[in-house]
Design a protein around this ligand. Structure first.
Ligand SMILES: NC(=O)c1ccc[n+]([C@@H]2O[C@H](COP(=O)([O-])OP(=O)(O)OC[C@H]3O[C@@H](n4cnc5c(N)ncnc54)[C@H](OP(=O)(O)O)[C@@H]3O)[C@@H](O)[C@H]2O)c1
Length: 226
């Protein structure tokens, strides 16, 4: 059974992608820091007779990533990686705290790069694979009070586009997905957007993404302005 690793699989878009991929017959490896959230998703998948395992991992820790991917590869046929885990950082740039800047880049940028670096050799060995990077429309154009978040997402855009060129003609596909606002826990504790409930649901966005996996670039604009 082909295995797809999904980071940030306990909530929001990562959870919905995991549920749908399990329904499509993939073994899903659910990654995140909160085991309770991952366990709930695993149970939901198994109730629908799908296959899932959970891996508690902080993607800011490259050594732990390497060790855990090594073990994972011993037990599963690694086929896909979805770099979905990400955090927000919003507000006037002059007020951003150093720690927020560090956390945003170590999660959104370095986390994605280290996960890809750790998994790619196994995909190469299997001579096929899929790496789907969940970016944001903030990776297509800058937005007010999103300087740091947008910079982190532009970085992943460059990372993905470069790997698309590097792996052209191989059986390893890199896909960049840019979406507008989604109604997920991402916005909890933030007043950057007025009403996240107006955004698309993560279920809708997950479905739209999986319908377009034959494309290099997937763009799903926000339903409302943002
Ligand atoms: N919501 C939006 O409007 C929106 C729009 C465009 C793009 N996006 C992007 O979509 C992706 C998914 O976000 P979402 O909206 O579904 O938000 P979410 O529900 O907050 O999901 C983010 C997930 O990432 C995990 N995560 C965060 N830091 C991590 C770390 N260091 N190591 C491992 N896992 C970590 C979180 O789980 P733990 O805390 O348990 O680790 C959480 O499950 C993000 O990349 C986000 O930037 C979101």
């Amino acid at each position: 059974m082909k295995t797809i690793i999904i980071t940030g699989a306990g909530t929001g878009l990562g959870k919905e992608l995991s549920l749908l991929l399990a329904k499509q017959g993939y073994h899903t490896v659910l990654i995140g820091r909160s085991e309770a959230a991952l366990n709930e998703v695993k149970q939901q998948i198994e109730q629908d007779e799908g296959h899932a395992s959970i891996l508690s991992l902080d993607i800011r820790n490259p050594e732990d990533i390497k060790e855990k991917m090594l073990v994972l590869n011993k037990h599963h046929h690694l086929y896909g990686l979805i770099n979905n885990a990400g955090i927000g950082c919003f507000g006037p740039f002059s007020q951003a705290m150093d720690q927020e800047v560090e956390d945003t880049f170590s999660t959104n940028v370095l986390g994605t790069i280290h996960m890809t670096k750790a998994v790619l050799p196994y995909l190469e060995n299997n001579e096929e694979g899929l790496v789907l990077n969940i970016i944001s429309t903030a990776g297509l154009r800058g937005k007010k009070h999103e300087a740091i978040y947008s910079a982190s997402k532009f970085a992943i855009r460059g990372f993905t586009e470069s790997l698309q060129k590097e792996y052209e003609g191989s059986n390893i596909t890199f896909i960049a997905a840019y979406m507008g606002g989604m109604d997920t826990p991402f916005w909890e504790g933030s007043n950057h957007v007025e009403n996240p409930a107006k955004f698309r649901s993560p279920q809708e966005v997950a479905k739209l993404i999986l319908e377009q996996l034959d494309q290099d670039t997937i763009i799903i604009e926000s339903k409302t302005k943002g």
